[in-house]
Design a protein around this ligand. Structure first.
Ligand code: FAD
Length: 340
């Protein structure tokens, strides 16, 4: 392990010790040793805004995570796509396997911050911040988080993203846990619906495909289901802006218009992302009809727990979440009907 001290002529407040652990276990051990005086740094894009804005003090010890090998890869396996926590948002927003199997995440990563930030910012940092715009996308894809955690006996463990969000909400998240990666189940997708050939499995592929990938599966009765998946973000202005509200939805729609395996989530700003379970129950098993979209919007507005700040009041965020959700469903169905 290497350690760097900053220049002696700098004022004391700017003299953090920078640690370069070789693996996640060492990063956890350093955090255990220095506690609240130490911070893990991935891309540093969020931390930097916090230090500059006076929201958080510059720590005495910075523990770099980018010195740990193997945490940048995006690996496609038979049942999962696993994204290393150090993969950048740019990487995630260009990756064919994520476009195919975790489309809400793929879209989220293309709409977070500006391109220059996305070059540095990592998915792990976005998730571990607990307020990143990627989180609703993780929730609708049933993602799990791979941790090295100094507070659990086994050290390595996998946890559903939805459970971790609940721990965060209850103020019980582990402060000794380094996020190694995020795992996305591929679900029931048929090989025939893939944009990429199966020879990609196990390889890292990085391509920029702007069109949506479409996934299908056929049930035991022979009925064909098509994936419907979207991510929507409302910001303070049109582009390159922090979010006020984000919503994501993933489900499958049959040729008869019936919806199943519905997942709906909302978040945004510095609020905590959450699944909207009442909306999911309302949609599960229903056949699409534009006449129920206002009811969906209003249910989402009631269910979404949000907050007020100088930029927007909670009711505005809640109503916006409902409207984004209903509009997203309407637009997605229209695209399907128009053959897109
Ligand atoms: C101009 C600008 C615009 C932005 N716009 C958006 C936006 O639209 N949406 C959005 O969501 N964010 C936005 N951000 C915030 C930030 O860029 C992203 O959240 C980014 O993904 C954070 O990743 P990072 O690697 O830079 O995290 P860092 O800043 O390095 O870390 C963030 C936090 O996560 C912890 N951490 C990082 N990696 C790990 C890990 N592997 N395990 C455990 N803890 C870890 C750090 O200790 C820190 O507490 C913006 C930032 C800037 C500067």
């Amino acid at each position: 392990m290497n350690t760097h001290w900053s220049k002696d002529d700098m004022p004391p407040i700017y003299k953090p010790v920078v640690w370069e652990p070789a693996d996640a276990e060492e990063a956890v051990a350093l955090k255990r040793e220095y506690g609240a005086d130490a911070v893990w740094v991935a891309g540093g894009t969020l931390l930097r805004t916090q230090w500059e804005g006076g929201v958080a003090p510059m720590p005495a010890h910075m523990i770099r995570l980018d010195t740990i090998a193997g945490m940048r890869s995006i690996i496609e396996e038979t049942e999962y796509v696993t994204v290393g926590a150090l993969a950048t948002l740019k990487q995630c927003g260009q990756h064919a396997a994520l476009q195919q199997y975790a489309n809400a995440l793929y879209m989220a990563c293309r709409h977070i911050a500006a391109p220059a930030v996305r070059n540095l910012a990592t998915l792990g940092g976005n998730v571990a911040s607990a307020v990143g715009d990627a989180l609703p996308a993780l929730l609708v894809h049933d993602a799990s988080l791979l941790w090295v955690d100094g507070e659990v006996a086994s050290l390595h463990h996998e946890q559903d993203a939805v459970d971790w969000m609940e721990q965060v909400r209850m103020g019980r998240r582990s402060l000794q846990a380094v996020l190694l990666g995020i795992r996305f189940p591929k679900g029931p997708v048929e090989a025939g619906s893939l944009l990429r050939s199966s020879s990609d499995i196990g390889e890292e592929t990085t391509v920029d495909l702007s069109a949506n990938a479409v996934s299908y599966w056929t049930d035991e009765k022979g009925e064909r289901w098509r994936e419907l998946c979207f991510f929507r973000k409302l910001g303070r202005r049109e582009a390159f802006t922090p979010s006020l509200v984000t919503v994501a939805l993933r489900c499958w729609i049959s040729e008869r218009g019936e919806l199943t395996r519905v997942r709906v989530a909302a978040g945004g700003g510095s609020g905590l992302a959450m699944r909207l379970l009442q909306c999911e129950s309302m949609l599960e098993g229903r056949s699409y009809d534009a006449s129920w979209l206002p009811e969906l919007a209003s249910m989402a507005a009631q269910e979404f727990v949000s907050y007020s700040d100088p930029f927007a009041e909670a009711p505005y965020r809640q109503q916006s979440a409902g409207n984004l959700l209903a509009a997203g469903v309407w637009e997605s169905i229209r695209d399907i009907e128009e053959g897109r």
